[in-house]
Design a protein around this ligand. Sequence first.
Ligand code: ZN
Length: 215
Amino acid sequence: MTQQLPATMSQSLFDSRADAIADAARQLAALGWTPATSSNFSMRVDDEHAAITISGRDKGHLGRDDIMLIDLHGHAVGTTARPSAETALHTQVYRRWPEMTAVLHTHSRTQSVASRLYAARGTIQLQGWELQKAISGYTSHDSVLEIPVFPNTQHMPDLVAQVDAWLDAGKPLHAYLIDGHGIYTWGRDIAEARRHLEALEFLLECEMDLRRLSS
Ligand SMILES: [Zn+2]
């Protein structure tokens, strides 16, 4: 499937984004966080476009042909490929925050179990963990890092609306879980997004270990 780029976009820019997505995906797949072709990854290319994984590909073996261009409303640009079913959750981040350039979504076992465990409460409050400082804007283990857990749905506009409602209430948001599903997080570059994802995986594991050991 060929990807035609807009005249204003250089091939090398798109290729560099596709390579960065494929690299991150390969490493996250090796950790077992993208089972059975699940998960999706994207990077902003410019003010109006993002590169995102094509639906259904094995995230451990992505090449440039597995990444496609979309506009920030989730429409395919210059290709007949189908973007990830959850594309609207990626473009929402790019529309809300012009400084964000990478969105990572994985389905690890820890993320999936934690989302079920805290779904009824609707949120996970992390406090007292040194690694909270890996999340941009957090400088102390004393602060409360709140991760919402939204109900799962196959109807993306409902999920987009839940994220919008959280943000419109003025609450900070660096990541969210979807019940029984996985996690979304993002960053100003892909390294920051990966740092957020790794820290959150670690923090969720710690919280669940604590629950297990103190029950
Ligand atoms: Zn998903």
